[in-house]
Design a protein around this ligand. Structure first.
Ligand SMILES: NC(=O)c1ccc[n+]([C@@H]2O[C@H](COP(=O)([O-])OP(=O)(O)OC[C@H]3O[C@@H](n4cnc5c(N)ncnc54)[C@H](O)[C@@H]3O)[C@@H](O)[C@H]2O)c1
Length: 251
């Protein structure tokens, strides 16, 4: 692989919102590492076909060994690492249900993927960021903890934790010249959402009428915020959560 000017890892990048981030960053000139539990080779091949630098790695973000190997693969393939997008999460495979019906094992797995995952990935990239003297961490949260979305208590609590983690990690890593920010998407018609039929149960308010800009949100709507937070222009912004939801919530 040729050495690239800037390199980004996108977890959960094999499809949906994560793939939109990978494609957008690749089109901006980044080499991208698509890290996904289902493997990222096929998704990376699509970007390579279009002339971009990309590799896919099979990673379970809840495994410390997998996340450390992921960070190392970025260095092996492209010689550097600049950005981590913590996008992998459990959402589209979850059923909406009252909290009394959520079993502890399901609660713990959601917490594991959505909170332990970003923590392990951040830990794994830090040796590279410290060696480089800079780095960017972009956590994908959700507007659900801001709205208090019901019937998905484990998910809502996990994304609230992502926002808290973003703030405290920003304070801890400022001295290392690493910024940590979050993007909070509104309900988005990702491939996973469309495959699950979730858009039919969410209702028109979640999808459109509660927004200032009253239309469905698609993965591409989130890409500009990630490119900005990874850019030089965002170097003095840290600990922030940017809601990208057509003006549904105001932070
Ligand atoms: N779609 C929405 O409405 C919406 C709204 C707010 C926030 N989000 C968040 O955006 C992110 C992406 O959402 P999406 O709709 O594209 O979801 P999705 O379910 O379509 O995609 C999630 C991706 O993460 C991968 N993944 C799951 N568990 C993993 C693990 N343990 N290790 C590595 N990869 C794993 C999956 O294979 C998949 O490719 C998630 O963090 C989600 O919570 C989504």
């Amino acid at each position: 692989m040729t050495k690239q000017s800037r390199v980004a890892i996108i977890t959960g990048g094999a499809s949906g919102i994560g793939f939109a981030f990978a494609k957008g960053l690749a089109e901006t000139g980044y080499a991208v590492v698509i890290a996904d539990i289902r493997g990222g080779a096929e998704a990376a091949a699509k970007l390579v076909e279009d002339g971009h630098g990309a590799i896919g790695v099979a990673v379970d973000v809840t495994s410390a060994a997998d996340t450390e190997a992921m960070a190392q693969e970025a260095i092996t393939a492209f010689g550097r690492l600049d950005v981590l997008v913590n996008n992998a999460g459990l959402f589209t495979t979850l059923a909406l249900k009252p909290f009394e019906q959520i079993e502890p094992a399901e609660w713990m797995r959601v917490m594991e993927v959505n909170t332990l995952g970003p923590f392990l990935c951040a830990k794994a990239v830090m040796p590279m960021f410290r060696a480089a003297g800079a780095g960017r961490i972009i956590n994908i949260a959700s507007t659900s903890p801001i709205k208090g979305t019901p019937n998905m208590q484990h998910y809502t609590a996990s994304k609230g934790a992502v926002i808290a983690f973003t703030r405290s990690l920003a304070r801890e890593l400022g001295s290392a010249n690493v910024t940590v920010n979050a993007i909070a998407p509104g309900f988005t018609l990702s491939e996973g959402v469309l495959a699950s039929g979730m858009e039919n149960v969410m209702g028109d308010a979640a999808r459109r009428t509660s927004r200032s800009i009253q239309r469905d949100q698609v993965p591409q709507d989130l890409v500009g915020a990630a490119i900005f937070l990874a850019s030089e222009g965002a170097s003095f912004i840290t600990g922030q959560t940017i809601a990208v939801d057509g003006g549904g919530v105001f932070l």
